[in-house]
Design a protein around this ligand. Sequence first.
Ligand code: S6P
Length: 569
Amino acid sequence: MRGTRKYRHIIDTPDPGKWELAGYEESLPISEKSNPITREMDKADPNTLVQLLRDCDAEIFQEEDETIINYQRLYSESILKTVAEIAKKVQLIIENPEDGLIVLSGCGTSGRLALLLANSFNRLMKGLHQSPCYTYIIAGGDRSVVAAQEAPEDNPARGQEELKRVCEGKKKVVFIGISCSLSAPFIAGQLDFCMKNLDVFLPVLVGFNPVSMARNDRIEGWNSTFRQVAEQMQNLHDSQRAFVLNPAVGPEGLCGSSRMKGGSATKILLETLFLVAHKASSKVEVTEKCLLEILRTYERAHKVTYSQSKKIAALVKQSATSLQKKGHLYLLGWGTLGLVGIMDAVECAPSYNADWRDVRGFINGGYHTLENQEGALTSLGPQFTISHEDFVKSVLPSVSETDTIVFLFTMDDEVTEVEKLVELVKEKTSNIHAICHATAGQYLPNSTKKMIPNPIVITWPILFLEYEGAFIQKFQRELSSKWILDTVTSGAHVLKGKVYRNFIVDFAICNSKHFQRAVSVLQRLSGHPETRCTETLLQSIYGEQTEQMRNTEMSQHIRAAMSRDKEID
Ligand code: S6P
């Protein structure tokens, strides 16, 4: 499939990666390959770290190279065509919201993004006096939004139950199952259910591997693999009864960390799709040009964001210093930027085996601003306290000079509120940073500049757009903040020593994907065969090896690995 070639890039995308060549880590899907760009990442200084991750993020926008293996990319005609086709189906629901529903579902970061996107587009609809018709599902329920729960993603039956629950009584449902690595059994179960009920459901699978690279191992308690489900979906693609939307965006900068590029690409792809669907419902024709215009704004956001690389590097360094000294990184955000902060913070625990207290996110207005379905979860314990008031009450008293605080806001937020909180924090630590988004012509007040000496201020051009288009500005700011925070939290853990080359070597094994990744990392680092590496891993989980353990179900290994980690804590 050819690239569009109608497109002039705004950013310099790196040369097509070696990862695209036949034979490069052949047995692994793109999402689990190690990115050649970051091979020496563990030796990089903060400035280099930022450059490397910038180049990895730029790969999202890279076009296909016809001289080597052709993966579909974001700008491929086939992808743009699929986006336009799905948008038309979404449009039908938007125009008949009483009987219809658009469900976004995912696990971990993909589930948090499902919430963010569903809420954004419901807000867009409310502004147009239309009935909101988006909803989200996250594996493990709302508690997974603010605390990592990686185990529920292994449960396809649970995925189905949740889907049935949210769709009860609906006549037409567009179901968007997000699994960046085309691997989550929770999503496989839901897609399978949709395909058995095509009179109601239109299933869409979103991810960043070709179907031939979807996970193919047995799902416990289930009769098909993710790949089999994805293949069935693909067979229904031509008749438009199901869609697979899966451009390649290249391997993650940190091996397997799909919260990074996978998460960003999910946001770009789905926001573009829903935006054109809404434009279409206000009688604007969905054309390739219109899609390219929106995608171009995201590419511009990459350039604008990384023009601040020096300041981002300084924040990476400061955050790493805090973590190395057993201090903390606190991300205090306003509006949806608060959720972006929470998303980044929560993932540090499973990704780097970090303590949940190491990196934490807080949002003004807490659960009210989060707009999650289950409402306040504060009673579940300290891990679930997320408002700025909670921060002031229960965290601030113990904040010290070893901690770093990052404020995340836009100039349209109440800057005096930000100043009030900075004032309080200043009494405890001088390590105060900010990521602030402004529109051309808006300036940070001198009073704020005095309090936060070196803020990352990102100034966006004024866009004169119709109502739906105006949401692009908000989406750009969220993505820009995500890129910066992904770089800061990943970079800080690299500098803390959690990474060897670009392999995370200290991560929690909380689900079957993690187990397989651990085996694969062992294989690549030791050169030993899979069976031997599996045995080594089992030995480290159980402390001894018996025949019985080898024949035990995967879920038992995960439980044992998780309880072992708890003991070590
Ligand atoms: C990855 C992150 C995980 C994933 C989750 C879903 O960096 O730690 O929480 O988001 O496992 O992955 P996927 O591939 O199904 O979207």
